[in-house]
Design a protein around this ligand. Structure first.
Ligand code: BGC
Length: 741
């Protein structure tokens, strides 16, 4: 007893002294000397406990393999908990860790705060289509504020997985196909979550996931094998992870997949060579959910003990939910299979982050019922959510039926039109249906008056029940305009939600065909989380608005865009193919030795039964106004060494109303020591122009803009000729040529 008190006193002194340690979110100077001192008094079991992360019994996303986690906390066997929130609940658990364990080291509470916590924003693929980096950052600021007030310290976000795979359900969680846009978004989200000082109780620790290349599973099946060249990995897949690390993210989650035959969970090349040695990452690496055990199924480890040993020796610091560290690590250290230094390094990284979060100063700093009340679902948060939701929507087609007229009856058709649940999408944090003020139907009714709206369910998203067709057709006959809300059930995207078809499911398109045959103006609103094959819908509908899963305020936001209160400005962050056979289809493709240029040619790189081009290219999106682009003006037609040139266009709003245009710059390196994409996004700027207003947008091009992994894998630019396009998407725009010498 006496000994316990002495130890508690010693630990207390150490923890109190840590208050004065430097705080950082940059990862560059992360060092808390007192954490080293604490390490000196910890037993091996206590150290291992800090390396264990267990789920509480809320919101689990996988097998719950351990009962009695409270007892594990009490016995110092578990230093980190996820899937538990609210100020009260986290405080109760924190009290066990602080008051009942020998050293009183506070718990770290994690959760999947992916696109909002209580106020839910559109799914991340939707957010990325705003191309509004400040808004992306602000969404993370709000999410962090709401979540941190509920006792959380750590979010498993940003998800930095580039993906060109629409079959993969998790494409909805990322920022699309492009490494440049994806990197800006990854950095902005990290900055938004972590703020300037991690110990600020309004911020969260970010977790960069899923490291690495989880977005490239073969055949789009979740968790499937990933294999790609080191060059492709570095050029197209790694940049967003690195951007988040450079922005100061202090935790990384290893992905489920294997890469080049080695599961990411035991991949030394990823965790040591690249992440720590090259990028200088100083935070900790956590596995994904039971990632360690899964290496047995991968055929990489003999059993769970072996898997844990491989993981920790490769650079994993924290075991999410496999209990392999808990059960076997002590023995492995004692037998010398895992060195004490490996354990100490892992624990130091974890405790440093806990110190940076300010948990040693005040373990309860994040649990504040008052703040929880005051900062959650505020009017300001909801207003912002409505704006971001509208900004994320992409107008894919409009033959003039939008904006909708407010006079005359409107038929609203489709189960999704009145589904509050689907508005939230997958990974909805602590978002609840009861906080949604209006569904899409509700918002349209509010806009034009109940009596002017005829609602018919028609059919739901998945079944082949056609019994509602007659009612829907009758509603359309009575109306002047038709809005059909179709798409995917929100559980059809996200984790473990891969598809072998990317068509609109069920009989929704069949109903659209019947409705379109009536000859009324038909607008399709899409709710979905992946690029869909819209080849038929794009023929049938007069207008198509891609609304994604638009979040808590999504009903209002859809109505804002449909009726023209908001002029749509979203641009696709991912290519929409014409059919699944074209997949993968992305804008930074190479030319091949036989590019398809002659319409009748046989021996050129083409399909016999489909064009090569997408239905809607990356960067594409319409507005209720139109923009005109001048030719590209270069400040010089060549540059050398450290200098650079500018490429400029003047963009004019030719239409009748104010609008926001995303001006995009793409570059091609004509000859390289390795082949280069035909076009690659290298810059963009969002501008808002009044009717008739013109603005010159200028991009700076220097050697860094032209750099890539050359044949010898060094990063740099090569002299030669280049093309630069500036335009409204990846398939059009004016072009100019220049050289770098
Ligand atoms: C997912 C992660 C998530 C984790 C914790 C896993 O199944 O792959 O993205 O952060 O669960 O909920």
């Amino acid at each position: 007893m006496r000994r316990r008190h002495l130890l508690l006193f010693a630990a207390g002194l150490l923890l109190a002294a840590s208050c004065n340690s430097p705080k950082t979110t940059t990862g560059k100077t992360l060092s808390f000397p007192k954490v080293d001192s604490l390490l000196k008094v910890m037993t091996l079991e206590e150290k291992i406990g800090q390396m264990v992360l267990l789920t509480s019994d809320w919101s689990v996303t996988g097998p719950s393999i351990r009962e009695g986690y409270l007892e594990d906390i009490r016995r110092g066997r578990c230093g980190n908990i996820f899937n538990a929130y609210t100020a009260d609940y986290t405080r109760k658990m924190q009290e066990i860790a602080v008051n009942e364990t020998r050293l009183g080291i506070p718990l770290l509470f994690g959760y999947d705060v992916i696109h909002g916590f209580r106020t839910i924003f559109p799914v991340n693929l939707g957010i990325s289509c705003s191309w509004d980096i400040d808004a992306v950052r602000e969404s993370a600021v709000i999410a962090a504020r709401e979540a941190a007030a509920a006792g959380l310290h750590w979010t498993y976000s940003p998800m930095c997985d580039i993906s060109v795979e629409p079959r993969w359900g998790r494409i909805s969680e990322g920022a699309g196909e492009d490494p440049y846009l994806g990197s800006l978004i990854a950095a902005a989200m990290t900055e938004g979550y972590q703020g300037k000082d991690l110990s600020d109780p309004l911020t969260l620790l970010a977790c960069v996931k899923h490291y690495a290349a989880y977005g490239a599973p073969q055949a789009g099946r979740d968790y499937n094998t990933v294999d790609m060249s080191e060059r492709w990995l570095r050029e197209f897949y790694l940049p967003p992870y690195k951007a988040a690390i450079d922005a100061g993210a202090l935790s990384v989650m290893a992905s489920f997949n294997e890469l080049d035959g080695v599961p990411a969970t035991a991949n030394k090349h990823l965790m040591q060579d690249i992440l720590r040695d090259e990028w200088g990452f100083q935070g900790f690496v956590v596995t994904d959910y039971t990632g360690i055990n899964e290496m047995v199924c991968h055929g990489y480890a003999e059993d769970e003990a072996d898997a844990g040993r491989l993981a920790v020796n490769a650079g994993i610091d924290m075991d999410m939910q496999s209990a392999s560290f808990l059960n076997y690590l002590k023995e492995q250290v004692e037998s010398g299979e895992v060195s004490m230094k490996t354990v100490d390094d892992a624990v130091r990284r974890i405790l440093n982050v806990k110190a940076a979060l300010g948990l040693f100063d005040d373990p309860y700093r994040y649990c504040s019922p008052e703040r929880e009340k005051e900062l959650t679902l505020t009017e300001e948060n909801l207003r912002f959510a409505r704006k971001l939701s509208a900004e994320s929507m992409v107008l894919l087609k409009n033959d003039g039926v939008l904006p909708l007229k407010t006079e005359g009856k409107i038929a609203v058709i489709g189960a999704l039109a009145d589904s509050a649940d689907d508005l939230l999408g997958s990974w909805r944090g602590a978002g609840e249906v009861q906080h949604i003020p209006r569904t899409i139907l509700g918002a349209i009714r509010e806009k034009v008056g109940e009596k002017n709206v005829i609602y018919a369910r028609g059919c739901d998203e998945l079944s082949d029940d056609r019994s509602g067709f007659a009612g829907a057709i009758a509603a359309a006959i009575l109306a002047k305009q038709v809005v059909m809300v179709i798409g995917e059930d929100c559980q059809w995207t996200g984790e473990a939600a891969s598809r072998t078809s990317i068509k609109v499911p069920g009989v929704q398109t069949e109903l659209l065909r019947r409705i379109a045959a009536l000859g009324k103006p038909v607008t399709v609103v899409l709710m979905n989380g992946r690029p869909l094959d819209l080849s038929e819908e794009s023929e049938l509908a007069g207008a198509i608005l891609e609304a994604w899963y638009p979040g808590t305020m999504g009903g209002y936001a859809v109505a804002d865009v449909l009726f023209g209160d908001v002029n749509p400005s979203g641009r696709l962050s991912v290519t929409f193919p014409r059919n699944l056979g074209q997949v993968p289809l992305y804008h930074y493709a190479k030319n091949t030795g036989r590019p398809y240029v002659h319409p009748e040619a046989k021996y050129e790189s083409r399909y016999l039964d489909s064009p090569n081009t997408p239905l809607y290219p990356f960067g594409y999106g319409l507005s209720y106004t139109s923009f005109d682009y001048s030719p590209v003006a270069l400040s010089a037609d060549s540059f050398t060494g450290d200098s650079g040139i500018t490429a400029a266009v003047t963009v004019t709003n030719k239409g009748p109303r104010e609008g926001t245009e995303t001006v995009q710059m793409y570059i091609r390196d004509l000859v390289g020591s390795v082949t280069r994409p035909v076009r690659q996004l290298k810059g963009f700027e969002r501008i808002t122009l009044a009717p008739g207003e013109a603005r010159t947008v200028e991009f700076y091009i220097d050697a860094e803009t032209l750099s890539f992994y050359r044949q010898d894998m060094t990063w740099g630019a090569e002299p030669g000729g280049f093309n630069v396009w500036i335009g409204p998407d990846s398939s059009t725009g004016n072009v100019a040529g220049f050289s770098y010498r």
